[in-house]
Write a protein that binds this ligand. Structure first.
Ligand code: CAA
Length: 395
């Protein structure tokens, strides 16, 4: 991506970015849009689609090729997320957790051995990953967790007990990045991160959540009952878990922002088409000023979201060299884009009237799917708190 300043500021995608966008858009139109309503209705996990996405490199977009990824940059990731989400938000949720949470955690904090063993199969799409921070009694207050990992007497493994909740891909994941307490007295500094192999005894996915939207992305509780995690599966250092969780969430929030943009665009494009073709009082409804106001506000918020997302993606890309944090950029992009998705989905239902409320069109699905973007990976309230604290220099 380059920035051209020729009177008006315009962001121009590179030919490589245009290529990935086109390839993902074609794939989504052909493979995802025709079945999105079916998977939303059944709540089944779209395994065959996820497998094809892995073959296209979409499950490890930013990971270097030697670790099973596609070796592209953060802008490419944001573009791909937007295109998949525009077709089906649930499928983009699965992609987002694999890419920005699991891959990112393993690539940035994993040892060479951990990368070879766990990152390669996740980034290549051969296996599915999940990220587990939330517990039944701690969501926004992520540092306050009840689950525990205790080092065994022989020092060879940690024994993990407790319940986690709201884990995307929890029921289908092969590998989970788990955050749990190793030294409860130290609060944030007592949390450690572990790589969990879900095929070992002591682990089971608990209740699958029946959800309002993104229904094809499987979400569940996790139950750890004397699960024995080898010490070599600790990710990073003991006590570093909270910072790993937060660092990775900064990346995750850019992915959710791009997902929200995709939902907003889908709602907007359907509305534009409907405003042109639907007639009332002898004219297309798009000739009425109250519809025009909605169209204008949707378009403006979408383009503003896009700029915030590209800016956050560029900041993340730069941080791969500088190591600088891009927390504020990621939170601003997620906050604005998720509220834009909700705004656009709401307006789209209103513009479509009764048909917006009907399951015959995907508009009501956009409305249900948009809501989660204001909740997961940090609610809008948490994004505002993060932005303001950073601006004010507070903690
Ligand atoms: N990057 C690196 N370090 C960070 C950080 C970041 N973005 N944010 C905080 N830290 C560090 C701080 O610098 C601090 O370190 P020191 O002690 O060395 O100074 C430490 O972490 C503690 O920070 P705070 O005192 O700010 O912690 P807090 O308890 O006040 O919490 C919070 C801050 C922003 C509210 C945080 O808890 C938060 O983001 N909560 C929301 C959690 C969230 O997004 N949950 C969603 C989970 S995933 C999900 O949705 C499901 C899924 O499957 C996708």
């Amino acid at each position: 991506m380059s920035v051209e300043t020729t009177g008006t500021l315009s962001l121009q995608l590179s030919p490589e970015h245009e290529d990935i966008r086109r390839a993902v858009r074609d794939f989504a139109r052909k493979e995802i849009i025709p079945v999105a309503a079916h998977f939303d209705e059944t709540g089944d996990f779209p395994s065959a689609i996820v497998k094809k996405m892995g073959e296209m490199g979409l499950m490890g977009i930013e990971i270097p090729e030697e670790y099973g990824g596609a070796g592209m940059d953060t802008v490419a990731y944001a573009l791909a997320m937007e295109e998949i989400a525009k077709a089906d938000a649930a499928t983009s949720t699965i992609m987002s957790v694999n890419n920005s949470l699991v891959n990112h955690a393993l690539y940035k904090f994993g040892s060479e051995e951990q990368k070879q063993k766990y990152l390669v199969p996740i980034a290549s799409g051969e296996k599915i990953g999940a990220y587990s921070l939330t517990e039944p009694m701690s969501g926004s207050d992520a540092g306050n967790m009840k689950s525990r990992a205790v080092l065994s007497a022989d020092g060879k493994h940690y024994v993990i007990n407790g319940r986690k909740s709201w884990v995307t891909s929890g029921p289908v994941a092969d590998i989970i990045i788990l955050f749990t307490m190793t030294e409860p007295d130290k609060r944030h500094n007592g949390i450690s991160a572990f790589i969990i192999d879900t095929h070992q005894p002591g682990f089971s996915p608990g209740k699958k959540e029946p959800k309002l939207g993104i229904r094809a992305s499987a979400t569940s509780e996790l139950v750890f009952d004397d699960y024995q995690c080898p010490v070599e599966n600790m990710l990073g250092q003991a006590g570093q878990g909270f910072k790993i969780a937060m660092t990775v969430l900064d990346a995750g929030r850019i992915g959710i922002a791009a997902q929200a943009l995709g939902i907003a665009e889908a709602a907007y494009e359907a509305s534009l088409e409907y405003a042109r073709s639907r007639e009332a009082f002898g004219s297309p409804i798009g000739t009425f000023q109250m519809i025009q106001a909605k169209i204008a506000d949707m378009k403006t918020r979408i383009e503003a979201s896009r700029l915030l997302i590209y800016s956050a993606a560029l900041a993340k890309q730069k941080s791969k060299v500088s190591g600088a944090r891009y927390t504020t950029e990621a939170s601003m992009a997620k906050l604005f884009a998720s509220e834009t998705a909700m705004f656009c989905a709401h307006a789209a239902v209103q513009i479509h009237g009764g048909m917006g409320y009907s399951k015959e069109l995907p508009i009501e699905r956009f409305f249900r799917d948009a809501k989660i973007t204001e909740i997961y990976e940090g609610t809008s309230e948490i994004q505002r708190l993060v932005i303001a604290r950073n601006e004010l220099g507070l903690r």
